[in-house]
Design a protein around this ligand. Structure first.
Ligand code: ADQ
Length: 731
């Protein structure tokens, strides 16, 4: 058997194939991701899967083979994309839909079905290539917004694989994300992963909130359960190769470049602006802020120069062509307005720079002006800090970047506030050297520690941890052999007791506003009847619902009904009340609950003879959280020291006499029937009371995957419960 390997999947391979005059050229890039990968422990073999940067229809079959061979020797596997796919999947859905929307640029977001179809198709194509290379014990790390459907596609092919996903751009708030027509498919695609990483926790929070609002999944601060699996969500702020930038800044080649720059801009303070030419980077806003700085600070004229370098990017997308024109017009306007024969305020280049030249600019610039309107992280800010070989240099940083969390010593600005950015430029240019040095040193310490190598290692080791700690959730999961054991024990028994919860166990939860939708379907009633009429069987539905409802739904069946957690019991055809009146307490508490309902759309109060229930299944999670806290606070004083208790359930708060529990009901039935086989299934905290009260030999089963259940076994969901019960009726 092969050793487990690590498979990296990204839209682009860290290698570019081009064709000039009919000849193929290969150039490797050492971007952040490639550096991070090189620094991972060398004990696992690697494979990198992605697009090699050239359209497959531009290659002859012979050239394709040549590309494949060249890549294979270096551990790369190509996913070949056609010109049409590059157009619709890459320039289209990825960069004309997801990119603008996730950066809050609704006006640039285009929704087109052909984009989406191509995105699905290309994600499937990636999955197909991965399937050829993956082994069940491998770890797969999928990168970025181009491949958000991939985690689930890989999971479907290889359920045991360890799958991580990292998003390099922001995950927008629910209010924005929900505009995407394919929002649910995208979430479900991502949820195939075991670990989903974002740059900062805010993006993780937005993702979790979308899972709740759009898929109705509940979550803790870092976990969401989907399809029976626990998916961990966390933040991993990507870093830079700190020591590479530091040593480059001190190298001879870069020193020569720095001298050249100093000669070119003698006695000038240099303000540096470096980005891909992208509307998210706020380049026009930045230019206008610089203009305002020049207007309000004439004494700095001829003293400063803004060196602006913009790397060409996505030149096939129209919005980018328009942006280039706007930037160039704005630069000319400002230079025309303020410049003179001996001074050009803005030096502008539309090109990518070789590494040494870029580092020289970082090292020579007195100020870095990094003001994106929105940026997942922003590496330029970190690279500037990493390239400072002298203890000076000031960073002005937009608060809309992920990087701001790690760089609080920068001058923080709102990039849309031109006056504030103009003021920040002045503050930066006049900052005393001692203060510059303190701020810089502090940022350098942080950026040096959490570098890109740490980022990669951290993600992979956390992926290992979560997949390891995920296992216990399935420790109690019913296996085929346990199901067989239950079936045999059931068949052998002479006197069986079946205790079954209803909502969330025999029937899925439905909207709390229409409880009648939870009515049992005919097939379920038939199944219950078949089980109950097997000789030597006592079947009991133990529910929190009121007795009238249970009577309406199950009244005709030859079974025992326990309503309101045991306040009512129906045996031998007649209902009995087991508790004393709760009316007085209800009269006192009901108005409080009603007030909460008035202020909390989507919630409702259910009144039963022996309890009041506040349901909040349809209330947005954050609001539900606040209201539940407040409600419990208001009620606590009124029930303190009384026999009334308050209990948290599945999206409910229930107030009822403490003495009435399903556990009490279950033990009473057990004493009465003295069975030789007990099967008890439930999903809720109230069912834990039953599990606790039953003997060890009972088959207690919790529905869902809760680590802390006292039940002996867990089962995934309602359909699985029904399938188990059906098996018991098989001969
Ligand atoms: P980008 O949007 O590309 O990355 P950024 O993080 O700033 O943004 O990275 C740009 C990279 O390009 C830097 O490494 C920089 O050195 C390089 N670069 C910029 N201008 C250059 C020039 N003129 N010449 C040469 N190189 C130049 C996306 C997300 C970011 C996230 C990164 C990494 O949009 O938010 O930080 O991925 O996750």
């Amino acid at each position: 058997m092969e050793d487990p390997k690590l498979i990296i999947v990204s839209n682009r391979l860290p290698i570019s194939v081009t064709k000039e005059n009919g000849k193929l050229h290969f150039s490797e890039s050492t971007g952040g991701l490639a550096t991070a990968m090189q620094s991972l422990p060398a004990d696992t073999s690697r494979l990198w899967i992605g697009w090699p940067g050239i359209a497959s229809d531009e290659l002859t079959p012979g050239e394709k083979r040549q590309v494949n061979n060249y890549l294979a020797k270096r551990g790369y596997v190509p996913v070949h994309l056609s010109t049409e796919q590059i157009d619709l999947f890459y320039s289209g859905y990825s960069n004309d839909t997801l990119w603008p929307l996730f950066h809050y640029f609704g006006e640039f977001t285009h929704y087109r079905d052909d984009y989406w179809q191509s995105y699905k198709q290309v994600n499937q194509l990636f999955a197909k290539v991965i399937k050829k290379h993956i082994d069940a014990r491998d770890t797969v790390w999928v990168q970025d917004y181009h491949l958000m459907l991939l985690p689930s596609l890989i999971r479907a092919d290889t359920p045991e694989a360890r799958i991580g996903f990292f998003l390099h751009i922001p995950f927008p708030s629910y209010e924005v994300f929900r505009l995407l027509p394919e929002r649910q498919a995208i979430l479900k695609g991502l949820l195939g992963a075991d670990l989903i990483g974002f740059h900062v926790y805010d993006y993780a929070r937005h993702f979790l909130s979308s899972c709740t609002r759009l898929l109705n999944l509940s979550h803790t601060h870092d976990k969401v359960v989907y399809d029976d699996r626990s998916v961990t969500v966390d933040s991993f702020p990507i870093g830079v190769d700190y020591s590479k930038f530091q040593s480059a800044a001190l190298s001879d080649g870069v020193k020569v470049e720095i001298d050249r720059l100093r000669e070119h801009y003698p006695d000038k303070k240099l303000i540096l602006s470096v980005d891909r030419l992208d509307y998210t980077k706020g380049i026009v806003h930045r230019l206008e802020a610089f203009e305002q700085f020049l207007q309000t600070n004439p004494k700095f004229h001829k003293q400063v120069c803004l060196v602006m370098v913009a790397v060409p990017s996505r030149i096939d997308v129209e919005t980018y062509q328009t942006l280039r024109e706007t930037v160039e017009k704005t630069v000319s306007r400002i230079n025309g307005e303020f410049g003179s024969i001996d001074w050009t305020p803005i030096s502008y280049q539309f090109q990518g720079l070789p590494y040494d030249e870029l580092v020289a600019l970082y090292a020579a610039a007195d100020v870095a002006l990094v003001t994106p309107l929105r940026d997942g992280m922003n590496l330029v800010a970190k690279e500037y800090i990493a390239s400072r070989a002298t203890p000076t240099g000031v960073l002005i940083l937009s608060e809309m970047t992920g990087a701001i969390d790690e760089m609080p010593e920068s001058i923080k600005v709102n990039p849309s506030d031109r006056s504030a950015v103009a003021r920040a430029i002045k503050t930066a240019l006049t900052m005393p050297k001692a203060e510059q040095s303190i701020r810089l040193a502090s940022m350098q310490r942080r950026i040096a520690r959490y570098n890109v190598q740490r980022w990669g290692n951290d993600f992979i080791s956390q992926l290992e941890d979560v997949t390891r700690s995920n296992k216990p959730t399935t420790k109690k999961q019913l296996t085929t052999s346990t199901v067989d054991e239950i079936k045999q024990a059931h068949a052998r028994a002479k006197n069986r007791l079946l205790l079954l919860d209803y909502d969330g166990t025999l029937k899925e939860f439905t909207s709390s506003l229409t409880p009648e939708l939870a009515r049992p379907p005919r097939a379920l009633l038939a199944l219950i009847e078949k089980l109950a009429t097997a000789p030597g069987t006592t079947l009991c539905i133990v529910s929190g619902r009121d007795h009238q409802t249970l009577q309406r739904w199950f009244g005709k069946l030859p079974i025992i009904l326990v309503a309101e957690h045991g306040a009512y019991v129906k045996t031998n055809g007649s209902w009995q009340k087991t508790a004393t009146s709760f009316d007085k307490k209800k009269r006192q508490l009901r108005p409080i609950l009603d007030q909460f309902v008035d202020r909390t759309p989507g919630s409702l109060v259910e009144e039963k003879d022996f309890s009041l229930v506040w349901h909040y299944r349809d209330v947005p999670t954050e609001l539900a959280y606040i209201r539940t806290l407040n409600l419990k606070h208001d009620l606590r004083n009124l029930i303190k020291g009384t026999t009334t208790g308050m209990f948290d359930g599945n999206k409910i708060v229930e107030i009822k006499p403490r003495s009435i529990t399903k556990g009490h009901a279950a033990t009473t039935l057990q004493d009465k029937y003295n069975p030789d086989f007990i099967l008890c299934i439930g999903d809720d905290f109230t069912d834990e009371d039953m599990f606790r009260g039953l003997p060890e030999s009972a088959y207690t089963i919790h529905v869902g995957h809760k680590d802390e259940t006292v039940a002996r076994y867990t089962i995934s969901d309602v359909p699985s419960v029904r399938s188990l019960l059906r098996k018991l009726t098989d001969k």
